[in-house]
Design a binder for this molecule. Structure first.
Ligand code: 26M
Length: 825
């Protein structure tokens, strides 16, 4: 890369080299000759941490001097991926370190490959959190990312006989060279017990005393989040759970042996594992424990920090904003109230005034099954004092609703926080937050007009849109160094690294034959790199000259991987019937993890692999269609995949994908979107122009209209469309299952005779013809090399809007009101 460093001054290659060798000795008692690649990674990473430390100290000092306002980004998930390469990039010494390693006979890519992904997240929501804290650092804004230090992150996926097998992700096995344990900031979090009420004669009011609880210590680990070239280092603070005392002698003395053991057990499993569900709620007690655990620790710490330098908690909103990443951290609201009421002795109204000025909520989904609704009995047993506060919030809110809408019970039914024995977390977040935002324009509109209509009508001023974004430092500069250097050369500056809209300068080259050639040459090299990866990991040969048509994302019915693979079956049939058909060779690439308990999703993975088996090995096809399922899709291989893609499959049922962010990563890397008018696709098309994307399918309005009428009749399509009839029948005639007629029966039934719910809920058959036609347009378009090169280049050129830097500036302007802090060494 051609990144020249404004702040790498002070980086000395020889010193770095010597220190890495010293680290090898002191950490492992080894030399370059005897050390493993993993050990060398550790030695390098420790040295990089050293480069970070001074900037880290300087940043925190600058924040303190300026009495800066912080945003606390509260999230159950941070899908960070690997740190080494991106830290080097943001420290502006990637090339220098690559040279040092080369001089030592090492390949920096191989060293980077030693690092496990920090996969403390499922998918979009967790990766967005990671992009956001990176952008905040790059833009000089103070943030604490607050989360959980899961012992096991997102499971590793292996494919055995076409089926997904989940393998634990022991990511801390070799330690984490970038983290620092901060036992001095330990907080105590209390669960269970009961609330005793005492009369406080002096203040003439009740005091609420939480007793008989079990407590856990929350011990933070700090991970540095380095800004690009600006000396800023923010902190991702993730909490580990520890028993209060290894063996609680105090309670043992009192004969309370069980209490001691229980506290130890409670601490043991809280942070064991990330729930691997994406867009799906399951009312598990342990999940609520995780939520309250990290929220209570984070809020307590925020207040403690504030009080170190301020005496008046009424001014907390001037220095602190809690951003709730979906409803998962919504107990922030009653927890902050608890601290202000019970520990700080405030009156309800003053506590409420502060709380509502500190909390803001982001909604990431309209999928009904993702809504968090906790059973009241579970909630009050685990969090008795918090529950009382929720009741009071609800009681006061319902009085407001009644005043505004007398005798309109429908308003209470839709907006109450406590309803039919459940605590509705989204309603609490909306009532208590001063801001409610969706993550793409269409998504926010759907929230306002439909899902949250009553709230929007009652409090429109809270609602706002923040279209998602991604960091170009990871997804272009690190993931696609060839294209990154080329962009810099073409537009004559590397300023796009922190000002992505400058990439529009590429538009000047859209019709330039030489530039088109260069662009496609880079794409080709990246396709070779992915082909090599696939060969190594899947033992499949793919043709780097074929179209790489890619769908990588979590497996979910609404994302419609099934539509994609059904269409591959259709194409296969076409080609078998007409071997001479006009068709440009295409490699259909999938990557997806299914939630461990999501049966339909797992069947879909098996179907993809089964179709791959048949199609890839059918001599009649002559390699013109290939299907590849990439095992263990994650951030680190995503970077390689985006760089190599020609076609970006964004085919969710319109209205269901809140935004999507993979769509933006593809676009940035010059892949052309084949998609529905859903989520941020709408804005992508707006930026790049409809002629540079392939759009198909029903609109969100059409989908919602059908849904309002109870669905549609897929069996009519099945009866009238012989090609569709055929592929559905092939699910149950053994064509793709070695004669097994039952293997895909449930998928078949889901279209025609579902055992529950509506037939073809996600309108796969309804959109099939339009999808097939769009895919034909893609195939034709690719055959015109110049036209394709232009389209691809225009996608990169028009991706400027989708940087998370823009998104963060909008959050700062409308919600957080932070000030930039300059850091000098
Ligand atoms: C809930 C309860 C229990 C266990 C897990 C969950 C849960 C975990 C993750 C629920 C939802 C989760 O993530 C939702 C998500 O990733 N949403 C995506 O957010 C992206 C960033 O805004 C959007 O781009 C995607 O469209 C949206 O699907």
């Amino acid at each position: 890369t051609v990144v020249k460093n404004p702040t790498a001054i002070g980086f000395d290659k020889e010193v770095f080299k010597k220190n890495v060798l010293d680290n090898l000795k002191s950490l492992f008692r080894k030399t370059m000759e005897t050390a493993s690649q993993q050990e060398i990674f550790q030695a390098v990473a420790f040295e990089v941490k050293d480069l970070i430390i001074d900037r880290w100290l300087a940043t925190q000092k600058a924040y303190k001097e300026q009495d800066a306002k912080y945003v606390y980004y509260l999230s159950m998930e941070f899908l960070m991926g690997r740190a080494l390469g991106n830290n080097l990039i943001n420290l502006c010494c990637y090339d220098e370190v690559a040279e040092v390693l080369e001089e030592l006979g090492l390949d920096i890519n191989v060293i980077e490959d030693q690092e496990p992904d920090a996969a403390l997240g499922n998918g979009g929501l967790g990766r967005l959190a990671a992009c956001f804290i990176e952008s905040l650092s790059t833009l000089n804004y103070p943030v604490y990312g607050c989360g959980i230090r899961y012992k096991y992150g997102m499971f590793k996926q292996e494919i055995h006989d076409g089926y997904q097998v989940e393998v634990p992700d022991n990511w801390l096995e070799n330690g984490n060279p970038f983290e620092i344990k901060r036992p001095e900031y330990t907080q105590t979090v209390k669960f269970g017990g009961y609330v005793r009420i005492e009369w406080d004669a002096e203040r003439q009011r009740n005091r609420f005393i939480h007793d008989g609880y079990q407590a856990v210590n929350a011990v933070p680990y700090d991970i540095p989040v380095v800004g690009y070239g600006n000396n800023v280092v923010n902190v991702l603070r993730i909490w580990d759970a520890q028993p209060i005392q290894e063996f609680n002698l105090a309670s043992f003395d009192k004969g309370d042996y069980l209490q001691a053991v229980e506290q130890e057990n409670l601490a043991k499993n809280i942070v064991d594992v990330l729930y691997p569900n994406d867009n799906h709620y399951s009312g598990k007690e342990l999940r609520l424990k995780q939520q309250y655990f990290f929220v209570s620790a984070s809020v307590q710490q925020a207040i403690r920090k504030y009080k170190e330098t301020h005496s008046d908690l009424h001014k907390l909103p001037e220095k602190v904003c809690f951003q709730l990443n979906d409803t998962h951290p919504t107990v922030t609201v009653p927890e902050l109230m608890r601290i202000l009421l019970d520990e700080e002795g405030m009156e309800w109204d003053e506590a409420w005034d502060i709380t509502t000025k500190c909390c803001a909520y982001t909604n990431h989904t309209i999928m009904a099954e993702a809504l968090e609704k906790w059973p009241v009995d579970l909630f009050m047993r685990l969090l008795p004092r918090i529950y009382q506060i929720v009741q009071e919030i609800n009681r006061r809110f319902l009085i407001e609703v009644e005043e505004r809408y007398p005798n309109q019970y429908n308003k209470i039914r839709s907006m109450a926080i406590l309803y039919e024995g459940q605590v509705r977390m989204a309603n609490m977040a909306i009532v208590a937050g001063f801001s409610v935002n969706g993550v793409a324009r269409l998504h926010t509109e759907i929230l306002e007009k439909r899902e949250l209509r009553d709230f929007y009508e009652m409090m429109p001023e809270k609602f706002n849109n923040k279209t998602n974004g991604i960091t170009q430092r990871r997804f272009l500069l690190h993931g696609n160094p060839l294209l990154a250097s080329w962009v810099t050369e073409k537009i004559g500056t590397d300023k796009w690294i922190t000002d992505l809209p400058l990439i529009k300068g590429l538009e000047a080259y859209a019709d330039d034959t030489k530039a088109q050639q260069e662009f496609m040459d880079i794409k080709y090299k990246n396709k070779l790199r992915l082909a090599k990866y696939i060969k190594e990991h899947n033992h499949i040969d793919v043709d780097p000259n074929s179209i790489y048509d890619v769908q990588v994302k979590r497996l979910h019915e609404y994302k419609r991987q099934l539509l994609n693979i059904l269409h591959v079956m259709y194409l296969y049939n076409q080609m078998k019937a007409n071997p001479q058909m006009d068709f440009y060779p295409t490699t259909f690439i999938f990557g997806a993890k299914a939630a461990a308990g999501y049966k339909r999703a797992k069947e879909t993975i098996k179907l993809i692999n089964s179709v791959a088996d048949v199609v890839n090995n059918d001599p009649d096809i002559r390699g013109r269609i290939k299907v590849v399922f990439i095992e263990n899709y994650r951030v680190s291989n995503a970077e390689i995949i985006f760089a190599a893609s020609d076609v970006s499959e964004q085919i969710s049922t319109a209205s269901k994908e809140a935004s999507g962010t993979g769509n933006m990563k593809f676009m940035l890397n010059g892949a052309v979107t084949l998609g529905t008018m859903d989520g941020a696709n709408v804005e992508i098309v707006e930026e790049v122009g409809a002629e540079n994307a392939f759009i198909f399918g029903m609109s969100s309005e059409e989908v919602m209209a059908y849904e309002a009428n109870g669905g549609y009749h897929p069996e009519e399509i099945y009866r009238n469309d012989p090609d569709i009839h055929r592929i559905l029948d092939q699910l149950v005639d053994g064509t793709f299952s070695h004669g097994d007629r039952e293997m895909f029966r449930e998928i078949y039934n889901s279209f025609l005779a579902p055992s529950y719910g509506r037939a073809d809920q996600y309108f796969i058959l309804k959109d099939f013809r339009s999808y097939a036609e769009a895919r034909e347009r893609v195939n034709k378009a690719y055959q015109d090399k110049a036209r394709w090169a232009k389209m691809a280049m225009l996608n990169t050129a028009n991706s400027g809007k989708f940087t998370s830097d823009r998104t963060i500036e909008e959050y700062v302007r409308d919600i957080w009101h932070l000030k930039k802090v300059q850091v000098t060494l």
